[in-house]
Design a protein around this ligand. Structure first.
Ligand code: GDP
Ligand code: K
Ligand code: MG
Length: 297
């Protein structure tokens, strides 16, 4: 290991939809966190590892911090809050296109108790005029003792390299936690489930997205160059099942086709994907079912 090697864990926090997962994927250069325009897309904490010659940064894409409405929400908030006390730096991300709001205050109140360097990341600068950036910075700069304020576009990549340089300067000397070629701590099985869930989020309307879970039932190598995957989409109501199946199965077909494309890119082989739908009443409020669907403390 190099003498001046630096490393650290970095939490990405912010209101839903500010672009945390997009940023993570951009930095890692691979799709490990799913993205959509729906709130609560990211449910578990996802680690993405960036290894450079002289540093290793482990990013933690936290589910949004927000006031919980049900048991699953409760679980997600807890993950986010626990994470903050364990990391070396915090990226507090905001959307350049939206002004300061209640959701930000809720997060900043929580940051008050955390003694870690916080960087204010103004994302989506591609959506605003440069003049607007100045007033945005004025609005936020006294809300917390930010280490630095850095504007970026996670989608287009603007200024992301600069952000990484600044971040690196602030990290402590430390070991390389993960091997060079490891980009995430999540098993492929988890990411496959997430990719399927992402398609549902992208293709359906508000009511459906928050009420589903995806369970990977089976992953099997059938021959040398194809993988066979069976997965179940769990919904809360029969009507939702109907929507997910669609006219003559058209919705389920589209979900499957789009998911398969991403899974093939992830695994680098041909994939056969079989999707099932199951109705499980009120699963989000049942502790044992949450555990079954992969939400663990
Ligand atoms: P998260 O909930 O904070 O993880 O947000 P996501 O990464 O899922 O992104 C939410 C939405 O914002 C998606 O539709 C993204 O494509 C979009 N988005 C993310 N970053 C940018 C950006 O820099 N510019 C623009 N224009 N859109 C972005
Ligand atoms: K989102
Ligand atoms: Mg996300």
């Amino acid at each position: 290991m190099e003498h001046n090697f630096k490393s650290g864990f970095i939490a990405i926090i912010g209101r839903p939809n500010v672009g945390k997962s997009t940023f993570m994927n951009r930095v890692i250069g691979q799709k490990i966190a799913i993205m959509s325009d729906k709130a609560q897309t990211t449910r578990n904490k996802i680690q993405g590892v960036l290894t450079q010659d002289d540093a290793q940064m482990v990013f933690i894409d936290t589910p949004g911090i927000h006031k919980p409405k049900h048991r699953l929400g409760d679980f997600m908030v807890k993950i986010a809050e626990n994470t903050l006390n364990e990391v070396d730096a915090i990226l507090f991300m905001i959307n350049a296109n939206e002004g300061y709001g209640k959701g930000d205050q809720y997060i900043l109140d929580r940051l008050e108790k955390v003694k870690r360097p916080v960087f204010l990341i103004i994302n989506k600068i591609d959506l605003i005029h440069p003049d607007e950036l100045f007033s945005l910075i004025e609005q936020y700069k006294d809300k917390h003792e930010f280490e630095e304020i850095i504007p970026i576009s996670a989608l287009q990549g603007n200024n992301v390299a600069h952000l990484l340089d600044v971040l690196k300067e602030h990290l402590p000397a430390g070991p390389q936690y993960y091997p060079d070629d490891q980009v995430t701590d999540h098993p492929e099985r988890f990411i496959i489930g997430e990719l399927i869930r992402e398609k549902v989020l992208q293709l359906t309307r508000e009511e459906i997205p928050h009420s589903i879970a995806v369970v990977i039932e089976n992953i099997e190598k059938r021959d040398s160059n194809a993988i066979f995957i069976q997965a179940t989409i769990v919904t809360e109501r029969k009507t939702q099942k109907g929507i997910l199946i669609g006219k003559q199965g058209s919705m389920l077909k589209t979900i499957g086709k789009n998911a398969r494309r991403d899974i093939e890119a992830l695994l680098g082989t041909k994939v056969y994907l079989e999707l099932w739908i199951k109705v499980q009443k009120d699963w989000r409020n049942k502790q044992n079912q949450l555990r079954e669907y992969g939400f663990r403390n």
